[in-house]
Design a protein around this ligand. Structure first.
Ligand code: DGT
Ligand code: CA
Ligand code: CA
Length: 581
């Protein structure tokens, strides 16, 4: 199963596409300083298209296809060509000169967007996180137009959070890059085996660095290749069996080479976690053995080492999936044969949280349905935002009824997949939902969620969520904790109380697979399952390509010890419909 990540056709020229996308996105950030308008949206849309392109952007350009890409017109196509030719964009450099601020850093702070950055720069000269902290602490921000004591306090709190997570990257962002590296190194004829280890293999939500293991007949040649790849920004160390490089975007990559008979023990060791390694080593010592990255030894004799299975077996353990290797009970379960049979991507039969152009998505209902069909799904639920969420252009009752009729038409057109009628309700500060129950009764599925910007009274949130979960129309609580990775912690909710109510009422807890959400978290999932909750693994897709994020939801669920039977969207359509309220 460790190899599951590397399945699929992810092998694109991630770096170059990402770079172009990042530049276009940054232009959008600058334009948004004066408020979002059609230009901002055009650059955002183009950036998104390039980011998800299934082939190198250079290739598209050679085929003369730039202007045919969704969201890319003449003007932006010219800008893309300039980036491909020169590696930068004059237009962006001019904007940067006008506002010399650390956008990247400042945007990490939840509640600080381009407009606020402009205000802070013009009024207080804030250029970076350090300036921001200084001005917030000395109480200057509360006096700015549109700000107050509350927003100043919130900035300070979110700033602390952002500072803590700097340096780590999102699994969803790094995974494609790791795959590309694996592909590159694996393409050398001298390389017999190559694998990504470390936190990426354990599918941790954030990643410190990339750890690569290889078995090769010619370490020298492989190391040569590794430190000279075009992605490399600098060499930190270089040796015959281990080298460390820094990629151009700052991320570090370790490559270690081993002999084939050591590979399994090396993989166990460098997959970690550290905490698990310590326990395994103790177990070995308890049996009069020695365990390290080269194998399990009795005296000088290697008893096991070539495969992970034989290393675990030598310690009396059954195979432990990488996602479970956190020393949180998996050793005990492996000793007694009680490890869970973890849910897999191939178990998933549909996606229950999808947005379209009807609210803030980018594609039509039909486009999303066809994309879901390509993944082999039996169903998908269209769950656009309801109108209580003004930023997302949500639907009112009339629009929702119209969408229901449109879904009927789409279903008539399609065969082999069913589009379910749904909505993502917004939970208001008084606990009410933003669509009339008469209309809710017309739907197959109802999601409810809290969204940022709703002014809940302190201490009321847990009760409001519990009431929502009890609501006879609400099937799924979407992204229950409300966290945004690297941006903001979970809302102040007693999730255990929510799980208890959810288990009682049969309300499903979502695992939202957006790369910056992964909400519920692995830890929350384990707790929810202990309470007897069911899960729904969703993507919250706003674009057909986002449907790929199902993998991230599955990884997170696996880290939470979830089995297929815990997950409602592993059910075939008829059984799923019976499970919904
Ligand atoms: P990261 O990179 O912070 O996301 O987390 P990891 O788990 O990938 O950590 P990393 O890259 O420092 O090391 C990879 C694995 O190698 C780690 O999970 C455990 C193992 N490891 C490395 N050095 C040691 C060590 O000195 N002792 C033990 N017990 N394990 C080690
Ligand atoms: Ca690592
Ligand atoms: Ca490392």
């Amino acid at each position: 199963m460790g190899e599951e990540v590397f399945r699929g056709n992810h092998i694109y020229m991630v770096m170059e596409n990402k770079k172009v996308a990042a530049i276009l996105d940054r232009v959008a950030d600058y334009l948004e300083m004066d408020g979002a308008d059609f230009r901002t949206r055009a650059y955002r849309r183009a950036a998104h298209t390039v980011d998800f392109l299934p082939q190198p952007i250079e290739e598209v350009r050679k085929e003369g296809g730039l202007e045919k890409l969704p969201g890319v017109g003449k003007a932006i196509a010219l800008k893309i060509k300039e980036i491909l030719d020169t590696g930068s964009l004059q237009y962006l450099e001019d904007l940067e000169k006008q506002y010399p601020v650390d956008f990247e850093g400042l945007l990490l702070v939840e509640g600080v967007g381009p407009k606020t950055i402009k205000l802070l720069y013009q009024e207080l000269g804030v250029k970076n996180l350090a300036d921001l902290e200084k001005e917030a602490k000395s109480g200057h921000i509360q006096h700015l137009r549109g700000m107050g004591i509350k927003s100043e306090k919130r900035i300070l709190k979110n700033l602390e959070f952002a500072k803590k997570s700097t340096g780590r990257r999102l699994l969803g962002d790094i995974m494609p890059l790791a795959l590309e590296l694996k592909e590159k190194i694996g393409s050398l004829p001298e390389v017999e085996i190559v694998e990504i280890a470390g936190s990426i293999r354990r599918k941790k939500e954030t990643i410190g660095d990339i750890d690569v293991l290889a078995v090769t007949s010619d370490p020298q040649k492989v190391m040569d290749y590794f430190v000279n790849m075009d992605l490399v920004g600098g060499i930190i160390s270089r040796g015959p069996s281990r080298s460390t490089i820094r990629l151009k975007d700052g991320l570090e990559v370790d490559l270690r080479v081993f002999r084939k008979k050591e590979y399994g023990s090396a993989l166990v060791y460098f997959t970690g976690s550290w905490e698990l390694n310590v326990e395994l080593r103790k177990m070995a010592i308890g049996r009069g053995l020695k365990l390290n990255e080269y194998g399990i030894f009795r005296g000088e004799e290697q008893l096991a080492g070539e495969t992970e299975e034989e290393v675990f077996r030598a310690l009396g353990l059954s195979y432990i999936e990488p996602e479970l290797r956190e020393n949180q009970g998996e050793i005990e379960a492996a000793l007694t044969g009680e490890l869970p049979k973890l849910v897999e991507t191939s178990d998933i039969k549909g996606d229950l949280h999808i947005h379209t152009q009807w609210s803030d998505g980018r594609s039509s209902i039909l486009e999303m349905a066809l994309a879901a069909q390509k993944l082999g799904y039996q169903y998908l639920a269209i769950t656009d935002h309801a109108h209580g969420l003004p930023v997302a252009g949500g639907l009112d009752e009339t629009a929702l009824m119209e969408q229901i009729r449109e879904i009927d038409r789409v279903n008539d057109e399609l065969e082999g997949i069913r589009v379910l009628k749904g909505v993502e309700l917004n939970i208001r500060a008084d606990g009410t939902l933003d669509i009339d129950t008469v209309v809710l009764e017309e739907l197959d599925i109802v999601l409810a969620a809290i969204h940022s910007g709703v002014p809940f009274l302190p201490g009321t949130l847990t009760k409001i969520i519990q009431d929502t979960v009890e609501n006879e129309h609400v099937d799924i609580l979407a992204h229950p904790s409300g966290r945004k990775l690297k941006k903001r912690p979970a809302y102040d909710i007693d999730l255990e109380k929510v799980f208890e109510t959810a288990a009682d009422t049969g309300t499903i807890m979502e695992v939202d697979g957006q790369p910056n959400r992964l909400d519920l978290s692995d830890e929350n999932i384990r707790t929810a399952l202990k309470y007897g909750c069911k899960l729904s693994l969703d993507t919250d897709a706003h674009h057909p390509q986002d449907l790929q994020h199902m993998e991230l939801a599955v990884f997170t669920a696996r880290r939470g010890w979830a089995e297929a039977r815990d997950v409602v969207n592993t059910l075939p359509l008829n059984k799923l419909l019976k499970t919904l309220k």
